[in-house]
Design a protein around this ligand. Sequence first.
Ligand code: URA
Length: 482
Amino acid sequence: MSYAVSLPERGTLQAWRAAARLAISHRIPPDQIEWADAGGLFAARVLPTEIGPHQAHVPAAFLKLAGSVIWHTAPERLSLLYQALWRIDHNDAAPLSQADILGRRLNLMAKSVGRDIHKMHAFVRFREIPTDFAKPHARRRFAAWFEPEHNTLEPGATFFAKRFADMDWMIATPRLTAQFCDGALSFGPAGARPDLPDDASETLWATYFANIFNPARIKLDAMRSEMPKKYWKNLPETRLIPEMLKDAEARVQRMRDAGSTASRPGAAAVSTRYRDAMPHAAELPETLDQAQNAAMQCRRCGLCEAATQTVWGEGRRDAALMIVGEQPGDQEDLAGRVFVGPAGQVLRDAMRRAQLDPSRVWLTNAVKHFKFTPRGKRRLHQSPDRQEIEYCRWWLGLEIGFIRPRLTLALGASAAFALTGDATPLSGRRGKVQAGLHDGPVLVTWHPSYILRLPNPDQQHRAQEELLSDLVMAAHLTADGL
Ligand code: URA
């Protein structure tokens, strides 16, 4: 063995690529290089420092494969990758194919790394670290502990940097720590498992999980393969699993007795009540478009008389997240579209900060017509009363039924009442998940108009941050892979 290459723990991919480029440019055969991870090699010749005369042709597909395989924990991946590069440079493309023994091995490694990154994105649970509110606009700080199977923190962390760009956070793993401070991502050595404080999001995760847990649909094997047991110990919600499984059979029976497929006993009764109150109940819409067309003609309460038009929801028709406001405002009534006025601006701005793309969600209102009092040339917003919300709940229920979101975010008291039937003050419920009247959990937060009306700038800032935090939580709860 003539040469030895030892790769660093951070920046491993770039270091491997640089070393492989040097080695191939000098046409050093694979059996003359010993590759190792950091600190794994002793006295041996190091590679030349200057690029040699040979210019290798490296297809993009190989670079992509190497870009995954490099994060696998198997030490032999380094020499296997160089063997593959050597063969490719000798006009043998087989190492890219599953049909080749080496190609198959590398592809399996890449797959395992991809799965591990996916699990990290789904199972990292941040906890909030107290922020110094004395500093104006201090960024909120979060920390998480995670134990990946491979060395995937480095390739996996950019996802969190994009999603939580407005916050400072750190993810500690047994091998490396990722830090995101003031928008800059960096990596440091492994730390001990941090002593993370309990916070509200932990309870929120647990409540959310308990709410979406439907014992009738449970497939234990599928559940274990989606959320392998080794991740359970760091996931707050999984502490509930043994209890929930114990109760599963009894819950299924209760659901059967209620004659409903919904997980919440009583949900069927609610929807029947509203269906029966519908003037044209015989014509139950069969699609979201049919529901929208029917809503355009709605005359279930007096609000249709003065409003310009019904304002229906919009967004992604299979959205995992539905956001529900109170009712259209003056501008929405004229435009026929939700959240295009000042409150919409606050909401859309907070969504942008939470990295929540509006095209990923379904945006709608509890009440579909604008309620107002004329004052001169102006139309002053009036909140809908309970009965108006209850009449309109029919349409909201249809939207939920067709879109089937995994989570609904209620903006303000009217939406929270429409979705949960609970009319208690919002101050004690904000940031918490409640069971919905329709299938699925409801996260309650402030309405953007309430924030706009707050007279004190500090209160306004705090409420804005709380709305942001709830949107981030909603994005996290409905992230892919959960
Ligand atoms: N407020 C809402 O609740 N919904 C809108 O669409 C606009 C303002």
